[in-house]
Design a protein around this ligand. Structure first.
Ligand code: NAD
Length: 352
C-alpha cells in the first residue's frame, strides 16, 4: 500500500474534430468579451481562423511566442494585452504559445482558452517555465492553469512527421515518469498507462499514414492524459536533465526529450522495477528502454545529443548542473552514473 495526496485540477476539456468552431461559445461561457489572440508564429493562418471565429470578441493579436517563454517576449505581449484591455487570451499553437498564455494569465488574471497543435501537454498543467538572461525558472500556481482546452484533432493532422514524433515522446516522458513518481496514485497510474499505450500504438502507425484521423486522435488523447499526469505528480531525472540541457545549452525541447528518455528509463529501471515492467507491458516489450529506443529509430527521431548540437566537452557541466540540487528520483543521482547516462545519450547508444 502507498499513501498519497492527490489534487484534481479543474479544467474544461473539449475534444473532437473541427472543434475550433467552439472557440467563441467557450469564451462566452467564461463570460469574457475582449480576447487577445495568441497565434503560433509558424501558424499565422490558424490565428486568422481564430480571429474570424471570435468575430467582434477578438480585440488584438500577438504572434511572437518563443521557446522556453522568454520574459522579454511576455512583456511585449503584456503591453498589448493592457493596451487593448483584454480579459481573456485564446492561444493556438505548440507549447511555446501555451507558455505565453500562462505567463500573461499569472501576471494579470485573464482567463485562458488553449487550442494545442502539438503534444507537449502544457495546457493541462498549472506549471510555467520562463527564461530570463539565459536562466530557466519554473513556478506552479492555480492561476497558471488554463480554464478551457479545446483539442481539435484536425489541427494536428498536418504536424510534420519529425515534430510529431519528438513531441509525442515528450508526452510519453510525462507518463513514464508519472509511473515512478513518489506521489503517484491509482488515478495517475491509469492515465499514464493509457497514454503510453495510445502514443506507442500511434507512433507505430504514423509513418504509413501521418494524417490518419485515428492515429492523430490517439496521439492527442495520449498527450492530454500524459499532460494531466505532469500537472498532478512530480517528475524525476528525465525532466530534470531535459530542463538542464534546454536551459543551459539551448537544446531544442522535444528532440531532447526524445534522445534522453530511453537512457533515463534505463538508469532508473533497477530502482523502479514495477513501474518499468508496467511501462514495458504498455509498450508491448519486456525491455522498455530498448523498445523506446527502437521506436525512435523506426520513426526517424534523433537518437543522440551530438546530433542536437551538444558538444562532448559540455557533458561534465551538464552532469554538475543535474546533480546540483537534490530531487526525488528512484535511482540515486551520482556523478559517475549521470556521466555514463549522458555519454550514452550523447553518442546515441542503444540502452542495454
Ligand atoms: P513549440 O511550441 O516551440 O513548437 C515547435 C514547432 O512546431 C514550432 O516551430 C511551431 O511553429 C511548430 N508547430 C506547432 N504546431 C504545428 C502544427 N500543427 N503544424 C505545423 N507546425 C507546428 O514546441 P512544443 O514542443 O510544442 O513546446 C515546447 C515548449 O513548451 C517549451 O517551451 C517547453 O518548456 C514548454 N512546455 C511546458 C510544459 C509545462 O507544463 N509548463 C509542458 C511541456 C512543454
Amino acid at each position: 500500500m502507498s499513501d498519497f495526496r492527490y489534487t484534481v485540477h479543474p479544467a474544461r476539456v473539449v475534444f473532437g474534430s473541427h472543434t475550433l468552431a467552439d472557440v467563441r461559445p467557450e469564451v462566452e461561457r467564461l463570460g469574457r468579451e475582449r480576447v487577445l489572440v495568441l497565434a503560433d508564429p509558424g501558424l499565422p493562418e490558424l490565428g486568422d481562423r481564430i480571429r474570424e471565429a471570435l468575430g467582434h470578441l477578438a480585440v488584438g493579436r500577438f504572434d511572437g511566442a518563443a521557446m522556453h517563454t522568454p520574459v522579454a517576449v511576455t512583456e511585449k505581449a503584456l503591453a498589448l494585452l493592457r493596451e487593448v484591455a483584454a480579459d481573456c487570451v485564446v492561444a493556438i499553437g505548440g507549447g511555446s504559445t501555451t507558455g505565453l498564455a500562462k505567463a500573461l494569465a499569472v501576471r494579470t488574471g485573464v482567463d485562458q482558452v488553449i487550442l494545442p497543435t502539438t503534444y507537449a501537454g502544457s495546457e493541462v498543467t498549472p506549471v510555467l517555465g520562463e527564461t530570463d538572461g539565459g536562466v530557466k525558472t519554473t513556478r506552479s500556481s492555480p492561476d497558471i492553469l488554463p480554464e478551457t482546452v479545446i483539442y481539435d484533432v484536425e489541427l494536428t493532422r498536418g504536424l510534420p512527421l519529425d515534430i510529431t514524433v519528438t513531441s509525442a515522446v515528450n508526452a510519453l516522458a510525462h507518463a513514464v515518469e508519472a509511473l515512478y513518481a513518489p506521489d503517484a496514485n491509482p488515478v495517475t497510474d491509469r492515465l499514464a498507462l493509457e497514454a503510453i499505450e495510445r502514443i506507442a500504438r500511434a507512433l507505430r502507425r504514423i509513418k504509413a499514414d501521418p494524417g490518419a484521423e485515428d492515429t492523430r486522435a490517439d496521439l492527442l488523447t495520449g498527450a492530454w492524459l500524459a499532460g494531466t499526469c505532469l500537472g498532478a505528480v512530480g517528475m524525476g531525472l528525465h525532466h530534470k536533465l531535459c530542463h538542464t540541457l534546454g536551459g543551459a545549452f539551448g537544446l531544442p525541447h522535444s528532440p531532447t526529450h526524445a534522445v534522453v528518455l530511453p537512457h533515463a528509463l534505463a538508469y532508473n529501471a533497477p530502482h523502479a522495477p514495477d513501474a518499468v515492467r508496467r511501462i514495458g507491458e504498455a509498450l508491448g516489450s519486456p525491455d522498455a528502454p530498448a523498445a523506446l529506443f527502437d521506436l525512435l529509430v523506426e520513426t526517424g527521431a534523433p537518437t543522440s545529443l551530438r546530433e542536437l548540437g551538444l558538444s562532448e566537452t559540455d557533458l561534465p557541466r551538464a552532469v554538475e548542473l543535474a546533480v546540483a540540487k537534490p530531487y526525488p528520483n528512484p535511482a540515486p543521482l551520482t556523478e559517475d552514473g549521470l556521466t555514463g547516462l549522458l555519454r550514452a545519450a550523447w553518442a546515441g547508444e542503444r540502452p542495454t
